[in-house]
Design a protein around this ligand. Structure first.
Ligand SMILES: [Zn+2]
Length: 258
């Protein structure tokens, strides 16, 4: 490809050699790529500001045999405010890690690029826990794992119309394995069905259909937030076979944050 341009978000940055960094970039045009920024740790480097962690940046790169090289760059947004707040920084790391681990190199997913950008921008003012939940839901939908919330994932019958939620508890059934809600008739033959509250299902549906920066304004009861976090964690682990490193970090930080 020779020289090419990319609009990128820096997902990960690690020290390499004396003064270089190896970057994992999520680009709008080419999806995830790895690139080296040479000499960027020298105080005089002109690239320094353009490739900070989480920066939204415009880069010029040169194709290499193993790694591409960043030759020029200019950051549009550096999200420096993330460094001042551990919760916001941890949430940004978590979103970036999900993107890094759930996408393939050179597979552009412009909607996911926009979603990550929206999450980083919203972290300036939004509740980090809610940013993480809405991000997870929308990421699942973009990557083709959209949880089915309105009809039975086994037989297809419409929830609420053809089968009511459990009369006693108000809860509905959900199967992580099948990827959505299940009706009472299909529960006996579904392995590992668990209950989920209508409030959690309602919030999840709202997160799927509402732009992230609006969805995070919702007021969510703590119990409901914890319920959704637990459900989505199982869902992500099962369907993506990924257990993000940042989960353990969140647990250390605050065991009910996520
Ligand atoms: Zn069914």
């Amino acid at each position: 490809m020779g020289i090419y341009k990319a609009e990128a978000i820096v997902l990960r940055s690690r020290v390499y050699g004396e003064a270089d960094r190896i970057l994992s970039l999520f680009t709008k045009e080419w999806g995830k790529i790895s690139a080296i920024a040479k000499g960027v740790r020298k105080p005089t480097s002109r690239l320094r500001g353009a490739v900070q962690l989480f920066s939204h940046t415009h880069l010029v790169l040169y194709t290499g045999k193993n790694l591409d090289t960043v030759t020029q760059g200019e950051a549009d947004e550096d999200f420096g405010f993330l460094q001042d707040d551990l919760d916001r920084l941890a949430t940004a790391s978590y979103c970036a890690e999900l993107v890094e681990r759930l996408t393939l190199e050179n597979q552009p997913i412009p909607k996911l690029f926009q979603l990550l950008l929206a999450a980083l921008r919203t972290l300036k003012w939004g509740e980090p826990v809610l940013v993480a939940r809405v991000f997870e839901m929308q990421l699942l939908a973009i990557l083709g794992y959209r949880p089915r919330l309105d009809d039975c994932v086994v037989c297809g019958r419409k929830r609420r119309v053809l089968w009511p939620d459990n009369q006693e508890t108000g809860a509905a059934w959900f199967s992580i394995e099948k990827g959505g809600v299940i009706c009472p008739d299909c529960v006996p033959e579904t392995h590992g069905a668990r209950t989920v509250s209508p409030a959690a299902l309602g919030a999840m549906a709202y997160f799927l259909r509402t732009p992230l920066d609006r969805a995070v304004r919702v007021k969510l009861a703590r119990g409901c937030s914890v319920e959704i976090a637990s459900l989505l964690r199982s869902f992500l682990a099962y369907h993506s076979e990924v257990k993000p490193r940042t989960w353990e970090f969140f647990e250390d930080l605050n065991n009910i944050t996520i």
